[in-house]
Design a protein around this ligand. Structure first.
Ligand SMILES: Nc1ncnc2c1ncn2[C@@H]1O[C@H](COP(=O)(O)OP(=O)(O)O)[C@@H](O)[C@H]1O
Ligand SMILES: O=P(O)(O)OC[C@H]1O[C@](O)(COP(=O)(O)O)[C@@H](O)[C@@H]1O
Ligand SMILES: [Mg+2]
Length: 529
């Protein structure tokens, strides 16, 4: 299925360092929208970026005094949330999600009279996406729009329950589907979506089994869901509904949505799933179906742009740390021990970087965003030789997508179209063995690949809370009449973003940012080039 990325334009300029997060969004190669080009002329001249041949072309001229206003207008357009009222003339009704039973705490000095306070979120409430004012493009991790790194407000829509809703809860059929690979917290989100739907008064809630596949594969039956049924599912990892990759045909999925009379679809998944959710949302619009499609971003890889983190990431880091700790113990206890741990991350090194940082036991961390040589005077092997000589043991953490350029790639893809990566862990294990054999130094290498252990566990406390909020907000978003949105956390605030804005390119570690440098300070590793 083709990605239906409806992203309008963005901006870029001649010095790529001006645009870190904007570059993350617009300039990195994307798995889903590869028709991007950034044409730069001279500095401070208008520059255009085409995200798709059909997308709006937006030009910024920094000599024009109104460039900020132009930027903001474009931003507001892009981050405006699609609503079912964009295509239907619908009258809202007062919400059935009551906050009234919650009493004001004793001693509350809030001066707002109780009859004015309502506890709901207004549609005009916004959260700021960026809060740092960088004084110069040379500042660490600078995210600048113009050469002077001017401050420009970038607002996004606040998530939460609205006073008015666009569905009659007792007429709603809501469906939940979990797609892609496993991720801690899937069950927590399913559970909260069910609880919140029931709180609104929805009685017809179903789970679609095994991802998008459940929409069209014969023999897969939808599962009726209720508070009673899902009450304890958060106690286990995995997905209560099952997951799958591939097989998504938008038209068949929407045929199925129509046939099943689904009004709200909650889609839990990563970047592929979000592209799918967006395609479903577009197709529903085309067919003029009153369906709200709301996504919740899951992936242990943490590679979805704009948001602080995806659910499951924290737990994955915690679990990955355990593997690093085992590698450390093995290496420390062996004569010339070398512990090697490979961690997941299809395109980004977030788990490897964070687990290396949190464990404090890693001497070398290798991520796909930073290229490295294994051989040669400045290569990783030479450094390991030094570590064995000076310290007697060492621990290496390598992200699965790191060093792919050093390996032969089969070009194969999985059912969802994701590239199947070559095994950098096994390759490094062999190279390290050969290297030490070659120099006649004993080395005891222990290789740990905790891949599926990392993502099969139950969500930890911080992920459980994140899942709770994101799941509840997903339901509030659907009742508020939004569709084609994702429920996420940006800059510590809970917000809704249009799905189009998060499927432009995978988020990657900023190798000029502070976090990567903190990691380097912690490991003490040199540049391997
Ligand atoms: N560009 C796309 N457009 C529509 N659906 C997609 C797209 N990419 C992936 N999908 C579907 O989304 C589901 C999950 O995608 P996948 O990449 O496996 O996992 P994730 O969502 O975790 O990234 C699969 O069923 C896949 O077919
Ligand atoms: O073996 P599988 O299930 O195809 O999954 C492998 C991939 O799944 C991940 O855990 C995350 O996948 P998604 O976020 O795309 O579901 C990656 O880190 C890894 O490359
Ligand atoms: Mg993915």
């Amino acid at each position: 299925m083709a990605a239906a990325v409806k992203t309008s334009g963005g901006f870029c300029n001649t010095q790529q360092q001006w645009l870190h997060s904007t570059r993350d969004l617009f300039l990195h190669g994307s798995t889903h929208s590869n028709a991007k080009e950034c044409k730069s002329k001279k500095a401070k001249k208008p520059i255009s970026l085409r995200v798709k041949a059909t997308s709006t072309k937006v030009e910024l001229d920094f000599n024009d005094p109104s460039w900020k206003q132009n930027f903001q207008e474009d931003w507001d357009n892009r981050f405006n949330l699609p609503r079912i009222t964009d295509i239907y003339d619908l009258k809202p009704r007062p919400t059935t999600f009551s906050l009234k039973k919650q009493r004001t705490p004793t001693g509350d000095e809030d001066s707002t009279p109780m009859d004015m306070w309502n506890g709901y979120v207004n549609n005009d409430d916004r959260a700021l996406m960026k809060v740092i004012k960088y004084s110069s493009p040379t500042s660490a991790g600078a995210e600048c729009i113009d050469p002077d790194c001017s401050w420009v407000e970038q607002w996004v829509h606040r998530a939460g329950p609205r006073k008015d809703i666009y569905y009659e809860p007792n007429e709603v059929k809501a469906a939940i589907v979990t797609c892609g690979g496993l991720c801690p917290g899937l069950n927590d989100v399913i559970r909260q979506v069910v609880f919140t739907l029931e709180t609104y008064g929805v009685k017809n809630i179903v789970g679609i089994p095994f991802g998008f596949r459940g929409f069209f594969e014969k023999g897969l039956k939808e599962m009726p869901l209720s508070r009673n049924l899902v009450e304890n599912i958060n106690l286990a990892g995995g997905s209560f509904l099952g997951v799958s990759r591939g097989g998504a045909k938008t038209s068949e999925i929407v045929d199925s949505i129509q046939a099943r009379r689904i009004d709200m679809l909650f889609v839990l998944g990563g970047n592929g799933t979000h592209a799918g959710a967006n395609a479903i949302h577009d197709e529903c619009r085309k067919r003029k179906l009153k369906v709200s499609v709301v996504a919740v971003p899951k992936t242990i890889d943490n590679d979805i742009p704009l948001m602080d983190k995806t659910f499951g990431f924290d737990t994955a880091v915690e679990e990955a740390q355990r593997a690093i700790n085992s590698a450390y113990i093995e290496a420390r206890s062996a004569y010339h021990g070398i512990g090697l741990v490979k961690l997941m991350g299809r395109s980004s090194g977030f788990i490897a970087m964070h687990a290396s940082l949190s464990s404090g036991q890693v001497d070398v961390c290798l991520i796909p965003e930073v290229s490295f040589a294994l051989d040669g005077e400045y290569g990783v092997l030479q450094h390991l030789e030094q570590l064995i000589k000076n310290k007697g043991f060492c621990v290496v953490c390598v992200a699965e997508a790191a060093g792919q350029e050093l390996l032969q790639n089969s070009g194969a893809t999985d059912a969802s179209g994701n590239t199947i990566l070559s095994d950098i862990g096994v390759h490094m294990q062999q190279k390290i063995k050969m290297h030490f054999k070659g120099i006649g130094v004993h080395a005891d290498i222990k290789y740990i690949d905790p891949t599926y252990m990392v993502r099969a566990c139950r969500a930890n406390a911080s992920d459980a809370i994140l899942c709770t909020v994101l799941g509840q907000n997903a339901v509030h978003g659907a009742f508020a009449g939004f569709s084609g949105i994702t429920s996420c956390i940006c800059n510590t605030h809970y917000v809704y973003l249009p799905v189009t804005q998060v499927i432009t390119a995978p988020k990657r570690v900023n190798h000029k940012g502070r976090m990567w440098h903190r990691c380097l300070t912690s490991t003490g590793q040199p540049d391997f080039r």
